[in-house]
Design a protein around this ligand. Structure first.
Ligand code: AOF
Ligand code: ZN
Length: 346
């Protein structure tokens, strides 16, 4: 394997350690190399905290090594003064010899200006290293900036014969405990979780991270429920105020403790809801059901990724699982279930 690609893969590994703590910022990892050896590495660990390049350069004990080194970073070094000073200036100031990056930062404040700044200072910049992989890692950040809406992950569990729930709406327990634990890991990685009225009513979900640990820098995801006609009783677990919760509806705007009611028009309901979430810096959302809610996102082509568990159980009759057309990117047998992941190419 090309050495630069190997270092970039390491930068990607580091970048992903920030999942769940850096949103709405991107995931960024950085490796510093001198004479074919990694002399420093780091990543963007916390929203508002040091960028990956700062973290990597700070990790180098012998600062005399930095001059003439190669910096391999998963995203274009920034050129703007945000919560932190420009990384491009730091690289120039340290007399780094060469920079390799995967993606240009789509943030309009940067968008090529970081590369320009480095080149103007005489630093050789190589762009587009493993670009496709880089964009996939930052798919949430790219959706937020380019599509101006959260990255949408659909998730459901279905029986082997294609049912999401029994006729009486009972959907417990299609997937096994191992799959359910993975769902808690996912909840810790995304900004918000959404369910529709039926799921809130029948399952009374808590929609928090319980079966996976969250670190001190992480917060519980925002809970989102669609309850157009305000039919849900406020003694449901969702409304207990332990986490910020947004209830999108057609009737009222109101704040009640940690629960916020947001009124939308019935026309373009989904799109308006996504606009509202975008304006609150929600970079990604998992849609956890039920059938009607999932189907409305699919029908409007408002989804980016679908994670589907298939169990070995059979219901023979019940509520049919949604049908989806996308590219299968992975399929893995877990404990008893099979997890298939699709992405939307359309
Ligand atoms: C980098 N390296 O590790 C990250 C970058 O408010 P700030 O100062 O944290 O800036 C946030 C913006 O900087 C973010 O929207 C993105 O454009 C870029 N993120 N850039 O050089 C990093 N996280
Ligand atoms: Zn930066």
């Amino acid at each position: 394997m090309d050495a630069v690609e190997k270092y970039m893969r390491r930068a990607f590994e580091l970048a992903q350690l920030g999942l769940g703590t850096v949103s709405p910022n991107p995931l960024v990892g950085c490796v510093v190399v001198k004479n074919g050896k990694i002399i420093g590495e780091g990543y963007h660990q916390q929203f508002g905290g040091p960028h990956a390049e700062v973290d990597a350069l700070n990790s180098i004990k012998d600062s005399s090594l930095v001059k003439g080194s190669q910096v391999i970073v998963s995203l274009e070094p920034c050129s703007h003064h945000g919560k932190t000073p420009p990384c491009a200036d730091l690289i120039i100031g340290n007399e780094v010899g060469e920079v390799y990056l995967s993606n240009i930062d789509p943030n309009p404040l940067v968008a090529g200006k970081g590369v320009e700044k480095l080149r103007n200072a005489g630093i050789t910049v190589n762009t587009g290293i493993l670009e496709k992989e880089g964009s996939f890692i930052n798919r949430r950040f790219f959706a937020q900036i380019i599509k101006k809406r959260p990255y949408i992950i659909l998730k459901w569990a279905q029986t082997q014969d294609g049912f999401l729930a029994r006729i009486n709406n009972d959907s417990k327990w299609i997937s096994d405990s191992y799959s359910r634990k993975i769902v808690h890991k996912w909840r810790a990685e995304e900004d918000a979780i959404l369910v529709g009225t039926n799921t809130a009513f029948h399952d009374n979900p808590t929609l928090n991270v319980r079966d996976w640990s969250i670190n001190k820098n992480q917060s519980q995801p925002v809970r989102v429920v669609v309850d157009k006609h305000l039919q849900l009783k406020n003694d449901l677990n969702l409304f207990q105020g332990a986490q910020p919760t947004i209830c999108f509806n057609l009737k009222k705007n109101e704040i009640s403790g940690n629960v916020e009611y947001v009124k939308l028009n019935d026309q373009d309901f989904l799109q308006s809801m996504l606009n509202e979430l975008h304006s609150r810096n929600i970079q990604s959302i998992i849609i956890e059901g039920g059938a009607k809610t999932l189907e409305s996102f699919i029908k409007n082509n408002l989804w980016d990724e679908a994670r589907i568990f298939e169990s070995q159980k059979r219901f023979v009759e019940g509520i049919a699982s949604p049908k989806i057309e996308g590219s299968l990117i992975s399929q893995n047998k877990l404990k008893d279930d099979t997890l298939s992941v699709f992405i939307n190419n359309s």
